[in-house]
Design a protein. Sequence first.
Length: 168
Amino acid sequence: MIFRVSTKGDLQSLERIYPAAFPEEDLLPVVRSLVTGSVDVLSLVAEDDGKVVGHVAFTICSVGDVSAALLAPLCVDPERHKQGIGTALVREGFKRLQKRAIDQVLVLGDPRYYGRFGFAAERAIRPPYPMPEDWADAWQSLSFGTGADQIEGTLVVSGVWQDPSLWG
C-alpha cells in the first residue's frame, strides 16, 4: 500500500468509490473541487496494486492568523473496509500537515470514529456556518500540541467549503 498526493487522473477511481461508500450523499462535487481546484488542499490517495482504494482531503484554512486544516472528506472503498486504510490515510495526512507547520485539524464527523485519533468536541473554534445543535459533538478538533489548542475564533474556509449547505 502506498500513500501519495492525488492527481486529476484519480478522479475516475474516486467517482467510483465515493458513491459506493456514501450512497446517501453526493460528495462528488466536493471531491472534484478539492482534487482539481486551486484551493490549498492536501489530497491523498491510498493505492494498492495500482488501484485507488481510499482518499482523504485536508483543506488548509485559518482561524484568525493561525493556519489550520479541515479534514473532509475521507473515504475507503467499501470492499476494503475494516483493513485500517482510513486510519492509515488520516495518520499519513497528519504527518504531512505537521511538516507544513499546520498544528490544528478540525473535522465534522462521527466522534466515535475520529476520537480514536484524539479528536474531541470543539467549542472555542466555531464552524464557518451555523450547524444543527445536535451536531455539536460532531464538530471536533485535534491539536498537535504546539499551542494550537488555545486558538479561539471562527474557521475561515475557501472554495467549495463556502457553501453553507455543506454545514447543515
